[in-house]
Design a protein around this ligand. Structure first.
Ligand SMILES: C[S@@+](CC[C@H](N)C(=O)[O-])C[C@H]1O[C@@H](n2cnc3c(N)ncnc32)[C@H](O)[C@@H]1O
Length: 227
């Protein structure tokens, strides 16, 4: 299916509805434009192994959209100013989930971080083309980056929970949290976290439309009475 095939837009509407994510026409267009950009630049930048726009929609866009509702609920639960959150996406690659979050939450500042320059160049280009002034891209190893002070530090397909906590934990603001997007509940990884200052607050199953695979969100807070 081509990136401008109208059936892609119809599927996006359907998927967003299934996840209870309201999608404004401009947001829908931005997500479709992002798929087109991914497809156009994939060969040059080697951004993703997924080549087909239909598969990009499911594996990248729907998967990233599946954190929208849970993120909103988490910020609300902590009484944080939901309209002005600061989010960091670590090991963001082509901008997943960061670009999708920047589209869905224009009031949030979203910082994508990746060690590969060309991927961050792509995210910067996407920010320009999609008109996302709230999307930022930092080319750096996360462990060497000045502290971001984010309300939520998120990652998808980045590292084990242990490495995520050790490498990226210092970018979380005092009352913030970490969120790892995972497949099956990673019991061994959760066990290994005991040696860090982070603990699992809860594991939230999520369902991604048309994706025949398990997904869960692992929420992590700083351990009370630190190590
Ligand atoms: C498997 S990709 C996942 C990309 C994206 N999050 C996704 O879900 O499509 C992992 C990314 O982490 C980046 N990465 C690995 N170690 C890193 C580090 N220490 N600091 C920053 N980025 C890192 C890699 O360059 C790569 O782009």
């Amino acid at each position: 299916m081509a990136a401008d095939d109208p059936r892609l837009g119809a599927s996006l509407d359907e998927g967003a509805r299934a996840m209870n994510v309201p999608l404004q026409p401009a947001q829908k267009q931005a997500l479709l434009d992002y798929i087109a950009l991914l497809q156009r630049w994939n060969r040059t930048y080697n951004l993703t192994a997924v080549r087909d726009p239909r598969q990009m929609l499911v594996q990248h866009i729907f998967d990233s959209l599946s954190v929208v509702q849970p993120l909103q609920a988490e910020l609300r639960r902590h009484g944080r100013e939901e309209s002005a959150a600061r989010v960091a996406d670590i090991g963001s690659g082509a901008g997943l989930p960061g670009v999708v979050l920047a589209v869905m939450f224009p009031g949030w500042q979203v910082h994508c971080v990746d060690a590969v320059e060309k991927k961050m160049a792509f995210v910067r280009q996407a920010a320009g083309v999609l008109g996302l002034a709230n999307l930022h891209a930092a080319h750096a190893r996360v462990e060497a980056l000045p502290v971001l002070n984010a309300d939520v530090v998120v990652s998808r397909a980045f590292a084990s929970l242990f490495d995520f906590a050790i490498l990226a934990g210092r970018h979380v603001a005092a009352d913030g949290c970490m969120l790892a997007m995972k497949g099956r509940e990673p019991l061994d990884e959760i066990q290994a976290l005991q040696e860090t200052e982070w603990e699992v607050a809860r594991v939230e199953p999520v369902s991604v439309p048309e994706l025949n695979a398990r997904r869960c969100l692992v929420w992590m807070n700083r351990r009370q009475g630190n190590l």
